[in-house]
Design a binder for this molecule. Structure first.
Ligand SMILES: *Cc1c(COP(=O)(O)O)cnc(C)c1O
Length: 427
């Protein structure tokens, strides 16, 4: 019998989720425990030394969490994963694993606002310096790389929505300089785009968004692509130097193509502790089973809304890569031909007042600061998330006075467009 790789719909349902080995329960139980009993002192000693795999304490591993990790690693085509309390925790642990004080990384400027804050403010305390490049211009990354650069960070579908990044071109540049590429794949998800196939070495997710998909749980995750040679440069000390805390073990020698995820767990997670709760892991696992169905519906609905808005007299522009005349359409067709995702921005004629009026007149849509829910969501950034910025800062951040951001849900498209129509009529 020839072995075929299961399709993504099959992986979403089955990857990681074998029946429970002790009870036969078909659905992965919520293992609501903090610690695990050792058979004897030898077993305990071996587990602490990483000489034998197995659970020790809930900060580091949990069986419900392990199933979620295996599922998302399979969906992304990676070798291992580490789930975390939030997307931000996954970003933090990723950089903690790669960086020492005084080193830098290059990030595309077009990012989730929270990531911009984390990189430019919180990381200062660790002396990890961020250098900004333009996600639309791969060459701009090369210009920022020097001998202290340890990674490149981009989003696949970049914020504030509508931008598709040329991962392959950026990965070529990164690898020519011996640094790994980290891709935040939150907006695209592995159903639409699998960054590792285009040269990404690490993929990170806010599971809070589409993978969980129902707006009920915070969670994050990093995927180890198993692709990067950590030993080559000697720059990634946490992976390549003997660990006194693990009896002299060298993590990349001991754990091979899962070295990055292992180090993030046994060093970063162990010492900082942003653990996902077993209950959240369970809810996100349930959500992940329907990821392919939901992402297709999100994308189909978003395309229909973009096409509707494009023709509307009160709309001045629509930035959705699924539209044939959009400047990212070619990249979308190449990287994510199944769809351009759920999140995009458009401009209302009449500026700030019109934006506020539109957002507050919607009835089916929820006005809130989130994306990736089954429900349709809206935000007017200039009056909410970006309120504190000056007008010119707002425009630079893609949050000008007329900008409205939509996260299109999986409701009946006629109800979604009906709601948008009545709200546009209020302007
Ligand atoms: C939400 C989000 C994050 C942060 O994730 P949290 O789960 O909110 O910590 C990171 N990147 C992107 C693209 C996001 O949308």
């Amino acid at each position: 019998m020839t072995k075929t790789t299961p399709g993504i719909e099959t992986l979403a349902v089955h990857a990681g989720t074998a029946p429970d080995p002790t009870t036969g329960a078909r659905i992965t139980p919520i293992y609501q425990t903090t610690a695990y009993v050792f058979k004897d002192a030898d077993q305990a000693a071996n587990r602490f030394a990483l000489a034998e795999p197995g659970n020790i304490y809930g900060r580091i591993t949990n069986p419900t969490q392990a199933v979620l990790e295996e599922k998302v690693a399979a969906l992304e085509g990676g070798t291992a994963a580490l789930a975390t309390a939030s997307g931000h925790a996954a970003e933090f642990l990723t950089f903690h694993t790669l960086m020492e004080a005084g080193e830098n990384f290059v990030a595309g400027r077009q990012l989730y606002g929270g990531s911009i804050n984390q990189f430019s403010n919180a990381f200062k305390s660790f002396d990890w310096q961020v250098r900004w490049a333009d996600s639309e211009d791969p060459q701009s990354f090369e210009k920022q790389i020097d001998d202290k650069t340890r990674a490149i960070f981009i989003e696949s579908f970049a914020n504030p929505g509508g931008i598709v990044v040329d991962i392959e071109a950026i990965a070529k540049i990164a690898h020519a300089h011996g640094v790994p590429v980290i891709v935040d794949n939150t907006l695209a998800t592995p159903y639409l785009l699998r960054p590792i196939e285009y040269g990404a070495d690490i993929v990170i997710h806010s599971l809070t968004k589409f993978i969980g998909g129902h707006g009920n749980s915070m969670g994050g995750l990093l995927v180890d692509g198993g692709t990067f040679d950590w030993g080559k440069s000697g720059h990634y000390k946490k992976l390549t130097e003997p660990r006194p805390d693990y009896a002299g073990l060298v993590i990349y020698e001991a754990t091979g193509n899962a070295a990055f995820a292992t180090a993030a767990r046994v060093l970063g997670m162990r010492d900082f502790g942003p653990t996902i709760s077993p209950f959240n892991a369970f809810l996100i696992l349930t959500g992940a089973e329907t990821l392919p169905l939901r992402m297709q519906k999100h994308s189909d609905n978003a395309l229909a809304v973009a096409q509707y808005l494009e023709k509307h007299e009160k709309v001045s522009w629509v930035n959705y890569a699924g539209l044939p005349d959009n400047k990212y359409h070619k990249l979308q067709q190449r990287y994510a031909p199944k769809g351009a995702g759920s999140v995009f921005t458009f401009g209302v004629k009449g500026g700030y007042e019109a934006g506020v009026k539109f957002a507050s007149s919607l009835k089916l849509f929820s006005l809130l600061a989130n994306i990736g829910d089954t429900r349709s969501l809206v935000i007017h950034p200039a009056s909410t998330t970006h309120r504190q910025l000056t007008d010119s800062q707002k425009i630079a951040a893609g949050a000008g006075p007329d900008v409205v951001r939509l996260s299109i849900g999986i409701e009946d498209i006629k109800d979604i467009i009906g709601d948008i129509e009545q709200a546009l009529n209020q302007i």
